[in-house]
Design a protein around this ligand. Structure first.
Ligand SMILES: Cc1cc2nc3c(=O)[nH]c(=O)nc-3n(C[C@H](O)[C@H](O)[C@H](O)COP(=O)(O)OP(=O)(O)OC[C@H]3O[C@@H](n4cnc5c(N)ncnc54)[C@H](O)[C@@H]3O)c2cc1C
Length: 405
């Protein structure tokens, strides 16, 4: 089948590789120019995401470009350790990995191109429809159109394909948190619990949440989530450039013992701010030879560290289904394989996110009651059996049709 993949982000590239492996003929369209690769700072891939990439033969380069961060530590605004636990299974290969976003995109796109699959840059999908000759047709902003047997919307949170499939589809939900981050070079941090390689630290400031880890080269990679009950407008976001963030963040951590100011001062560049969103339930994922995957169908709060991993899982499971079943049955089977899992993950991500922005009373409850429980459960729990991070995809196993569909 000729499969039109819209978006050369994480889901789109993984889908192109997986569909090629499944014997199909993908063609990828990306609205940005190729030179836009360096967007965003860094992210963690969970063990389940690494496993899904391994299922389609991507791994070695990625693991070399990133570094393992298997342990999570949660700290209070006054540098008290609240919990320390393994973030997922740890083995030689499938371990939580932290990587620069531009490295991840580069490695995925290089793999797509190595397979001989074309990515057309500067092509923005505007609409799609059933083609009179059968299959679907994609319409682009430059006036061109392309026919295909199937169209995969991997076009992210603000997906166009989602609205084509169902004009009444819900819109992303603002999480109440903004995001910024950077890379601190030779940061001189005050006494406290120092960042360490292999450990992702999360600090609950009183007005802002801070995550950080020490990269093997000695830089501290960090992100901050300022609490903001109101979603910023596009105009406001334009004014939230790196310099403004430097000033704002210094104020937001005032009075906390969190070493934010030192990190910000040691960062040559502070990334401009984003609103963060999730998308709990999109009722319709596919119709008439069009399907959505990744953030387009189920965005999860960035707090979870799972968005990219779930997007990769989607891509691999969709390709497996399309390898084994006719299109209609494959899309039903894909949804059956995925829906319950991703909606459960999004709900868990929302709960975790809501712990970040709490008032003084909530803070005491969280730090004194909830966090010890988190720590105790994590200690008792075998990460290899965890429903989220312990998930494994058996590429060679055939996908069964949905009974009664
Ligand atoms: C601040 C922040 C931090 C995050 N941290 C993590 C983390 O640590 N771990 C993690 O797993 N996840 C994290 N995530 C989530 C993760 O980035 C997403 O879940 C992941 O990128 C989803 O992949 P995707 O391919 O579905 O969408 P994207 O990666 O957004 O890719 C969509 C692509 O489609 C293109 N596109 C959009 N519209 C069109 C169109 N009309 N025509 C053609 N192309 C189009 C876009 O340009 C883009 O390249 C974070 C997200 C944010 C915002």
């Amino acid at each position: 089948m000729k499969v039109l993949v819209i978006g050369a982000g994480i889901a789109g590239c993984a889908a192109a590789v997986a569909l090629h492996k499944a014997g199909h003929d993908p063609l990828v369209f990306e609205s940005h120019q190729r030179t836009a690769d360096g967007v965003g700072a860094w992210l963690t891939l969970a063990a389940n995401g690494i496993d899904a990439l391994a299922a389609i033969g991507i791994g070695e380069d990625l693991l070399r470009a990133g570094f393992p961060t298997p342990r999570f530590e949660l700290l209070s605004h006054n540098e008290r350790l609240l919990a320390s636990y393994l973030a997922g299974p740890v083995d030689t290969y499938r371990t939580t990995t932290t990587i620069r976003r531009d490295d991840l995109y580069r490695i995925l796109r290089e793999e797509v191109e190595r397979l001989g699959v074309r990515i057309e840059y500067g092509k923005t999908l505007r609409a799609a429809d059933v083609d009179p000759s059968g299959g679907t047709r994609a319409f682009f902003a430059d006036g061109s159109s392309v026919p295909g047997d199937l169209l995969v919307g991997a076009d992210g949170l603000h997906s166009t394909v989602r609205g084509v499939i169902d004009p009444a589809a819900p819109r992303p939900r603002y999480t109440g948190l903004l995001n910024t981050g950077g890379f601190a070079h030779e940061a001189r941090l005050p006494a406290g619990i120092p960042p360490r390689t292999g450990v992702m630290q999360f600090r609950f400031g009183r007005r802002c949440f801070l995550g950080m880890t020490l990269a093997p080269d000695g830089d501290v990679w960090w992100f901050a989530n300022p609490f903001s009950p109101r979603e910023q407008t596009p105009e406001e976001l334009k004014t939230l450039d790196g310099e403004r963030w430097r000033r704002e963040l210094a104020g937001l951590f005032e009075g906390d013992r969190i070493p934010a100011r030192e990190l910000i001062d040691a960062s040559a560049y502070v990334y401009p701010g984003w609103n963060t969103y999730d998308l709990p339930r999109v009722p319709t994922w596919h119709r008439d030879g069009m399907v959505i995957i990744g953030d387009a169908s189920h965005a999860i709060s960035p707090t979870s560290g799972q968005g990219a991993s779930l997007a990769i899982e989607d891509a691999v499971q969709l390709a497996r289904a399309l390898r084994d079943l006719p299109t209609g049955a494959a899309l039903d089977a894909f949804e059956t394989l995925r829906r319950e899992r991703v909606e459960r993950a999004v709900a868990q991500g929302a709960r975790t996110g809501s712990r970040k922005a709490v008032g003084p009373v909530g803070r005491v409850i969280r730090d004194r009651l909830v966090m010890p429980l988190v720590a105790r459960n994590a200690r008792r729990h075998d990460p290899a059996g965890d429903w989220l991070t312990g998930h494994r995809i058996a590429w060679d196993e055939p996908v069964a049709p949905v009974v009664g569909a």
